[in-house]
Design a protein around this ligand. Structure first.
Ligand SMILES: *[C@@H]1O[C@H](CO)[C@@H](O)[C@H](O)[C@H]1NC(C)=O
Length: 364
């Protein structure tokens, strides 16, 4: 009798001990996942979308003239001396050769110069291919208006951080921009489009901004897509901007004004042609915290499946600022429309199948 009552708690203790160890092991092993789930699931409670607040309603239909009346609709005056305006589109090169081709064609008729800065290292100092330099002939049609600068990159050393490298890269672009502007007559006004390569302003948006005096600076609200134009996330992209350059301007990807023009173009994140590009991007040091040792995330079959289902590539909750947004992004419906996309993409649907609805299959 006594032996049994004496043994029972010991067994329970042992069980409890193993249970505790297993729990600790699971928590340690899935630390990133748990941290992420907690922070993303509660984000609507503690974080606010930091984008510009004053949204200018955007009016456009095919064939609309960019005249005084259209400017007035937006609350703007027509610009005098449009012929003295130069438009410069400035991007830091990434690996997205297809999006660059679509961008150049979309903006060709409204942009005077395309400025491209490219490094052979990532912001985190890892070696990286110089995609533009290696594929230059693909863009030969635009060679006369491309201003390219190679920026040598090195591994991070000492106190230098990715943040430092990114800001140095943006300074290099500012310098390239001012050098280019010095070649223009001194009474030239320079309209600079500042955005990432995967943030593409619509041609008609730039036509509007050329015709109308929108002020010094305006952000461009973009339709936000993931993987391709099949997965639409909403109008949540705001970092792209248009800017009339002045003596204290600099190339930036942060908020410069509270004013933003609605529905101004497209932002296609993770819109890669091959699974290999996804793996390279996911391996990138800045995302190491997201991988968190879960190397199975890099399995090409799993990535392919994720793309076709419109799920998060890191198996995470979506980054959303309200619960409505969060739940709607958790279960996206694939779009059945390819209306209102960049013209060149639709004209060349066969070449860019992977970017269009129903084209989720990627090459290896
Ligand atoms: C980038 O190129 C420069 C000059 O060509 C070279 O010195 C440097 O080592 C390269 N950086 C990387 C990370 O490969």
């Amino acid at each position: 009798m006594t032996t049994i009552t004496w043994r029972k708690p010991r067994v329970l203790l042992l069980l409890g001990f193993f249970f505790g160890i297993t729990l600790l092991y699971l928590i340690a092993h899935n630390r990133y996942q748990i941290q992420n789930t907690l922070s993303y699931a509660t984000r609507p409670l503690w974080d606010k979308d930091s984008g510009p607040k004053h949204v200018v309603t955007h009016y456009y239909a095919e064939g609309v003239k960019m005249d005084a009346q259209t400017c007035e609709l937006h609350g703007w005056k027509p610009r005098g001396n449009v012929q003295k305006l130069r438009v410069l589109d400035a991007v830091l090169m990434s690996s997205e050769l297809d999006l660059l081709e679509i961008r150049l064609h979309e903006l060709d008729s409204v942009v005077d110069f395309f400025l491209i800065v490219e490094s052979n290292a990532t912001f985190t100092g890892l070696p990286k291919e110089t995609y533009f330099a290696k594929n230059r002939e693909r863009y030969s049609k635009f060679a006369h208006k491309i201003v390219y600068q190679f920026l040598p990159g090195y591994p991070l050393e000492g106190a230098r951080t990715a943040w430092n490298v990114e800001s140095e890269t943006r300074v290099a672009m500012s310098t390239l921009l001012t050098e280019q502007m010095h070649k223009f007559p001194s009474d030239t006004k320079n309209l600079v489009l500042m955005s990432d390569l995967d943030e593409i302003p619509a041609e008609h948006t730039v036509r509007l901004l050329k015709a109308c005096d929108f002020g010094n600076s305006i952000h461009l609200q973009l339709r936000n897509f993931m993987y391709s134009f099949e997965w639409y996330l909403g109008y949540s992209s705001w970092r792209a901007s248009a800017h009339i350059w002045n003596y204290n301007s600099y190339y930036r990807h942060s908020k410069s004004t509270e004013v933003i023009l609605a529905d101004s173009g497209w932002h296609c994140s993770y819109c890669f042609r091959s699974l290999e590009e996804y793996i390279i991007k996911m391996r990138g040091f800045s995302h190491a915290d997201r991988i968190g040792g879960r190397l199975n995330l890099l399995d090409p079959k799993r990535i392919q499946d994720t793309i076709c289902k419109g799920r998060d590539i890191f198996g995470m909750l979506p980054e959303a600022y309200s619960y409505i947004e969060l739940f709607s992004q958790l279960n996206l419906d694939p779009l059945k429309t390819a209306v209102g996309l960049p013209r060149y993409l639709v004209d060349n649907a066969d070449k860019f199948k992977f970017l269009l609805p129903g084209g989720c299959k990627r090459e290896l």
